[in-house]
Design a protein around this ligand. Sequence first.
Ligand code: ADE
Length: 222
Amino acid sequence: MRIDVITLFPGMFTGPLTESILQRAQAEHLLEVHTHDLRTFGHGSYRQVDDRPYGGGAGMLFMVEPVVRAIEFVTEEGEKAGCSSSHRVLFTPRGKRLTQTRVERIAKQHQWIILLCAHYEGVDQRVVDGGWIDEEVSIGDYVLTGGELPAMVLIDAVARQIPGVLGKDESAEEESFSKATNRKREYPHYTRPEEFRGLKVPDVLLSGHHAEIEKWRAKKLL
Ligand code: ADE
């Protein structure tokens, strides 16, 4: 899977992409992430990318032209590298909620994703109205300083759905919000020791009775 990220802060992605499972997925060529500095597409010597909203009000908006030029550049680059039909996502609190179902759908249906991280008050609506965005996504009903953290959340959640990214001890099949758990929150887990400061592991988990364990786990789904 190829993911292109358009952002004013490419440096923010270094940490999450160079550690743990996301680092391994890239090293194994299961995931390819390219970050692009929106500033490169800005106007004039100051490389301006934002302006005040028509009608007044607080905050600044990304201007339509630099954003569209960035999307077009990134699209051309990806196509030159052999990719086709990107799925373009804009992060905004107005977007549809990112759920596990949406994550699975994105991972299954798309081999190439372009993520646009808005900042300040958002982007000129014509980026959406003009057809340069396929899906607007929110990661929850709270406001962040920009779309970078939501983009990292989506990259992480989608990447672990790519076959081969998780080891066999890290299966994405039976976990919270998966089909296998009826989209519910997973049952609690315990590991050694059997007792810690008087807190015991439930007997059923030590019993070796597989059917009983399954029954207990099903009861503990939230
Ligand atoms: N940008 C700011 N807040 C956001 C949120 N909750 N989800 C997606 N993008 C955002």
